[in-house]
Structure formats: structure tokens, C-alpha cells
Design a protein around this ligand. Structure first.
Ligand code: ZN
Length: 240
């Protein structure tokens, strides 16, 4: 039976279905089938239920039991669909929240766009999803065990931040920089490199560098002030 069923997820990750402009919540598993109840079962005492095949990824509608006692809610379905997509994109990408929200809202029907939750609420949801994704990182005891989540490999401007990674071995070298800063370095005649220092994680040491172009009068004056060395501060990965 051909259906226009779409599987979504609630804010808490529970499965939902949309079908003909209504939203259904997962109710129970049966013998090779799943039962879903209309999400208006409390508010409107709606008794409409769906039976689908057991395949949650691509469920087939087996039958509808009862009918709705309320109007369909196509706009609410659109909002649920987009919120599901935003949460999925939040967990699988490191796109900046504002950009991620704009990307998804752009694709929804114009009439539904004004019904999305406030942006700050959606951003909080994105941070929460990403916190779950990255919050359980294990502190590595060896360099080869370092596993950087994607959100640590780009800057808040969506520029690639992990410029080089020699691979998972004991002498692993990772270089963090943007292409823009590479370009900047390539245009400078003199690179001043600060010493190595030990960050908190004992398995690593970091090399900091600062670059100035002595042909710049302002830079020369600054160098004089600093006694010939420029101060360098390593910035941590951007906050997702
Ligand atoms: Zn209903």
C-alpha cells in the first residue's frame, strides 16, 4: 500500500509519524506491527490510531482505526519535520546554529515558517543535541587515541580549523589553522615562533607562533615594544 507516511522524532527522541496532516505518537509494538495514536488523544480525546508494519525506517500503513475528531494540522506537521531535520543536522554536522536553522527553514512552506519556535529556543536545542554528542568524549591517554569531533575541526565561521593530522600514532602531529591564516603567513617575510609549552593534557605539547611583516611600520614599532618577540596565545577550539 502506497503511503505518505513520514517518520520523525520528538524533542526527546521518541518516534513520531505524520500522515495526511496529522501527527501520531508511537504507542506500542504488536505482532509484526506498530500502533500509533493521534497526538490529540489527550487534548481532543481523539481515538484515531494507525497500524503500520514493524519497519520503523520505512513503515507501511496497514490500516487506520477510527477517524479524527479535529481538523488536520499541516503546519504543525511542517514544524515537526523541520525540527527533526534541525536536530539531525545538529548531531551530524558542525554548521553554526544560525546557519543551520536558516538552511532548514528556507526549505519549508512559506505559510509554516512563521510558526517555528523562537530562534533562541531552537539554538538551545542544538546546543543540547551537540552536548550529548560531544559531552561523553573520553580523555585520551595516548596521542593515537585522540578522536576530535567534527565540531572541533572548524571555526565558528565554518572554516576548516584542523589543517593537518599525521594520523593515529605515538608521534602524532596535529596543526590547527585556517586557510586564511596560511595565506597570511605566506605573505610575511619573518615568522617569530614562541617556545613550546605544556598544556594540561600531558600527552601533548603545543608550538605557538606569531607572525609579523617587518616591512610594516606598525609591526616594527610593536616588535620594538615587545623587545623583539611577539606574544602568542593559543586559542581553544570554537564553542559550537
Ligand atoms: Zn486525531
Amino acid at each position: 500500500m502506497a503511503t505518505n507516511i513520514e517518520v520523525l522524532a520528538s524533542r526527546r527522541g521518541r518516534p513520531l509519524l505524520t500522515f495526511n496532516g496529522n501527527i501520531f505518537q508511537f504507542e506500542r509494538d504488536g505482532l509484526e506491527k506498530k500502533t500509533w495514536r493521534c497526538d490529540q488523544f489527550q487534548k481532543c480525546k481523539c481515538r484515531c490510531r494507525l497500524h503500520t508494519s514493524d519497519n520503523l525506517r520505512n513503515p507501511e500503513l496497514l490500516r487506520q482505526v477510527g477517524s479524527h475528531n479535529h481538523e488536520p494540522k499541516p503546519i504543525a506537521c511542517d514544524v515537526k519535520k523541520v525540527m527533526t531535520k534541525i536536530r539531525q543536522a545538529a548531531s551530524s554536522s558542525s554548521i553554526a546554529p544560525a546557519q543551520l536553522i536558516a538552511n532548514e527553514i528556507r526549505q519549508m512552506p512559506a505559510a509554516s515558517q512563521g510558526h517555528m519556535p523562537p530562534a533562541h529556543n531552537i539554538k538551545r536545542g542544538i546546543r543540547k543535541v551537540r552536548g550529548v554528542t560531544t559531552g561523553s568524549l573520553i580523555v585520551p591517554s595516548k596521542r593515537e587515541d585522540i578522536k576530535l569531533p567534527d565540531s572541533f575541526k572548524i571555526t565558528s565561521n565554518n572554516e576548516n580549523f584542523l589543517a593537518f593530522d599525521s594520523g593515529s600514532h605515538a608521534d602524532r602531529i596535529m596543526i590547527f589553522s585556517t586557510a586564511r591564516n596560511h595565506e597570511f603567513l605566506s605573505q610575511c617575510n619573518v615568522w617569530l615562533v614562541d617556545g613550546t609549552f605544556k598544556p594540561k593534557l600531558g600527552i601533548c605539547c603545543a608550538l605557538g607562533s606569531a607572525t609579523v611583516n617587518p616591512s610594516s611600520a606598525a609591526a616594527s614599532a610593536h616588535l620594538d615594544q615587545m623587545g623583539g618577540m611577539s606574544e602568542f596565545k593559543v586559542k581553544g577550539p570554537p564553542t559550537p
